[in-house]
Design a protein around this ligand. Structure first.
Ligand code: ZN
Ligand code: MN
Length: 487
């Protein structure tokens, strides 16, 4: 049997975070009573005229800038004709030959891959090329019941940004990394909430197989209805196997669209695919072409620090390891939390705070409902807790207990340390008295320490800790023992 090369392209629809719809002033809102956020324009009534939403155009141009795309000097809007109840005017306003952004790419970095695939990345540092990003209107939402279908027009006319990649993705793992990285960048730019579960990021996958040695791509098969990252990965794996088996049986694959069934873990045929010319794209006579020069100039300074730039800065400025910097920069809110903690007290080492955020904070958040933005321990409070450890006032283990308490019931580190009686005795006079007693009672051990036995030294420290009921500062105790025995 021949070996097959898999080629994948992704089309991602991202709902923009605008307050109003693409071509009318109706508000964009999730979860409102059905059909309450509508007007003649977004209902598609005859004669209603569209008016461009400038904010949506700005956000799309900004997205293009974050992804290294170029915005053509003139863009325009086109009608994509089709018949479906979710689009009663029988065309969708979208962009055909002059989209807002062309070219660019999405960087795939190691931590964006699925955890189990991070050790075996085929093309480290790969950047997946983009074809284009265009802006269009969303359609209404149909819900199919047993014997009838209901339609909610609240979603109709919501600004949708469609990000189309080149057929430049080689595996299910790369597709996963692509979506992870793209999501992060959209969130960094504040252009979309990019939450797949909520449907504001929707993904279609184009996948084709061709025998090794053949340059022409195989039949393009489109997968629809992928609404989670894991669904994308599983659907690509399933479809790769299905197509491989079909080709091995001598079947000829034809261009088609298939639906992914997440529960059954398989794809089924929806329709054999129409080509672009079937949609009879034509320029929308209600919307004139747009010059982009001044918009581009306006958006250029708005480009935020991007995830990979933040990663590099966390490594160079804060001494984070590459892994820690990657985790911290992976989410905008997490990065902001970390930086607020670092800024709260510059005497607390940033590297130590990174450990606390990644190991303790993320660990505890994983088991709770709260995300980082609703975290009950504020960055300043975490910094104050770590400062107690750094000053030798409490041990690391005690700090972990205090942290758990802060997370569960609130309160400051200082209050909890006091309430738990964790304050270490650093009063040298009191500690000297304790040590002297122990030394006097154990002359044989004193001799061992003098003979250079480190274990005996530790034994004294342990005894002094015990005598102080765990409150002695171990570092100070060791210093006293050393001074008293060795002089
Ligand atoms: Zn409307
Ligand atoms: Mn589209």
């Amino acid at each position: 049997m021949p070996k097959y090369i898999v080629t994948i392209g992704l089309e991602v629809h991202a709902q923009l975070t605008t307050q109003s719809k693409m071509f009318c002033a109706c508000p964009v809102e999730f979860g409102a009573e059905p059909n309450t956020l509508t007007c003649p324009t977004c209902l598609g009534l005859p004669g209603a005229l569209p008016v461009l939403n400038e904010g949506a155009i700005e956000k799309t141009i900004l997205t293009g800038m974050m992804l290294g795309c170029v915005t053509p000097p003139i863009v325009k809007w086109d009608r994509k004709n089709y018949f479906y109840p979710d689009m009663p005017k029988n065309y969708q306003i979208t962009q055909f030959d002059l989209p807002l952004c062309v070219g660019g790419g999405v960087p795939l970095y190691d931590l964006a891959y699925p955890k189990d695939a991070q050790k075996s990345i085929a093309s480290p540092g790969k950047v997946v090329k983009l074809t284009r990003i265009h802006l269009e209107e969303d359609v209404a939402k149909s819900t199919h019941h047993d014997k009838f279908t209901t339609i909610d027009f609240n979603r109709a006319g919501t600004p949708l940004m469609e990000i189309v990649s080149d057929p430049d993705i080689d595996s299910a793992e790369e597709a996963f990394a692509y979506l992870t990285s793209l999501r992060q960048i959209l969130i960094y730019g504040g252009v979309s909430d990019a939450d797949m579960e909520k449907g504001n990021l929707r993904c279609d996958v184009n996948i084709s197989l061709r025998p090794e040695g053949q340059t022409e791509l195989g039949a393009k098969i489109e997968l629809k209805n992928l609404n989670s990252m894991s669904a994308v990965r599983r659907a690509i794996k399933y479809e790769t196997e299905r197509q491989t088996e079909a080709l091995n049986r001598g079947e000829k694959l034809i261009q088609s669209t298939r639906r992914w069934d997440d529960d059954r873990g398989e794809t089924t045929l929806m329709r054999t695919k129409e080509d672009a010319h079937d949609y009879r794209y034509l320029p929308d006579p209600d919307l004139i072409p747009l010059r982009t020069e001044s918009l581009v100039a306006r958006m250029r300074p708005q480009v935020p620090e991007l995830p990979h730039e933040k990663r590099d800065r966390f490594e160079s400025d804060y001494g984070c390891s590459a892994y820690d910097a990657g985790v911290l920069a992976s989410e905008k809110a997490l990065a902001a939390y970390y930086e607020a903690a670092v800024a709260a007290d510059t005497k607390v080492p940033a590297k130590k705070l990174a450990n606390w955020v990644i190991n303790d904070l993320l660990g505890i958040l994983k088991d709770s409902e709260d995300g980082i933005t609703a975290c009950p321990v504020k960055p300043e409070a975490l910094s104050a807790l770590v400062a107690f450890v750094e000053d030798g006032k409490i041990s690391n283990n005690q700090a972990k207990e205090v942290f758990a308490e802060m997370f569960a019931n609130g309160g400051s580190a200082g209050e909890i340390i006091k309430a738990k009686g964790f304050e270490q005795v650093s009063d040298t006079g009191a500690l000297e008295a304790i040590v002297e007693q122990i030394l006097a009672a154990n002359p044989d051990k004193v001799a061992e320490v003098k003979g250079g036995n480190d274990k005996a030294m530790n034994w004294f420290t342990g005894q002094a800790m015990k005598a102080s009921q765990g409150k002695a500062n171990p570092k100070i105790v060791t210093d006293i023992v050393r001074k008293k025995v060795l002089g």
